[in-house]
Design a binder for this molecule. Structure first.
Ligand SMILES: [Zn+2]
Length: 262
């Protein structure tokens, strides 16, 4: 662990001992993102081990009221205070989500939402960000997604082609969103309601794209801007924190949340 991360981890542990983390979290609505939970791969910015994932989940359980993303959204839409809640999400649709993460979530009794790139599902496509890997990880197929759905997990949309909604033409965005929705509807029997945009930085979306997401029929639009949300948030302006691999310990994450809000 590098020195900065270790220091923040120690500060977070001290803050936790004095109850400061719980007090700080009680005024935020947090959405965390993971990508891969995989012991066969080296940890990196989007990969963590099964043990690390479980450690984070137990920290979330101890410090937040964990609810499903759609419960948080319902709270936002009705103007309810969602402070102190946290939801767990996954992006892209890696196969380890169903094979490794889902059993851990079930064992701990935790809900989660899986945002999938419909064009990747059931293919052996290698994403550009995985091109350097000797053995690129596999995607889920539609049976995996039906299994997650049947286990009461939520399936959300993450576009059909992992396009950049900050630069794509409006017509291309509309066509991609329509394809993505049609595939999810056909394969899972219901249209998706939840949407997280690819890449997730502020530069990867424009207000006009958010409007297209709304017009396509989605109920929310999530970034990966690395921030938390206020207790009464706009469902189309929700921030998420990418946890998997990025933060080495839950206390480091807790300290980062505190510092970013300070
Ligand atoms: Zn993605």
């Amino acid at each position: 662990m590098n020195a900065k991360k270790r220091l923040k981890s120690l500060m977070g542990r001290a803050a936790d001992a004095f109850g400061l983390l719980t007090r700080d979290f009680s005024s935020t609505m947090v959405i965390v993102t993971f990508h891969r939970v995989n012991d066969q791969m080296e940890p990196d910015g989007i990969t963590c081990s099964a043990a690390t994932f479980e450690t984070f989940c137990r920290f979330f359980q101890a410090h937040f009221k964990i609810m499903s993303l759609h419960q948080q959204i319902a709270g936002c839409r009705s103007g309810q205070n969602t402070a102190g809640t946290l939801s767990i999400t996954f992006d892209d649709g890696y196969r380890d989500n169903v094979e490794i993460a889902a059993p851990i979530l079930r064992r701990l009794g935790l809900p989660a939402t899986f945002f999938v790139v419909t064009g990747f599902i059931g293919t052996d496509y290698t994403a550009p960000w995985d091109a350097h890997l000797a053995r690129p990880p596999q995607w889920m197929d539609w049976n995996h997604l039906r299994s997650l759905r049947d286990q009461q997990f939520e399936i959300g949309a993450h576009t059909d082609g992992h396009i950049d909604l900050g630069t794509a033409e409006p017509a291309a965005i509309q066509a991609d969103l329509a394809r993505c929705r049609a595939k999810l509807q056909a394969e899972l029997g219901a249209p998706p309601r939840l949407f997280a945009y690819p890449f997730g930085g502020r530069e990867h979306i424009r207000p006009a794209s958010v409007e297209l997401v709304r017009q396509a029929g989605f109920e929310c639009c999530l970034s990966s801007c690395g921030s938390v949300n206020g207790p009464v948030a706009d469902p189309f302006q929700l921030n998420r924190i990418n946890v998997g691999g990025w933060f080495e310990t839950p206390h480091q994450l807790g300290m980062e949340i505190m510092l970013r809000r300070a």
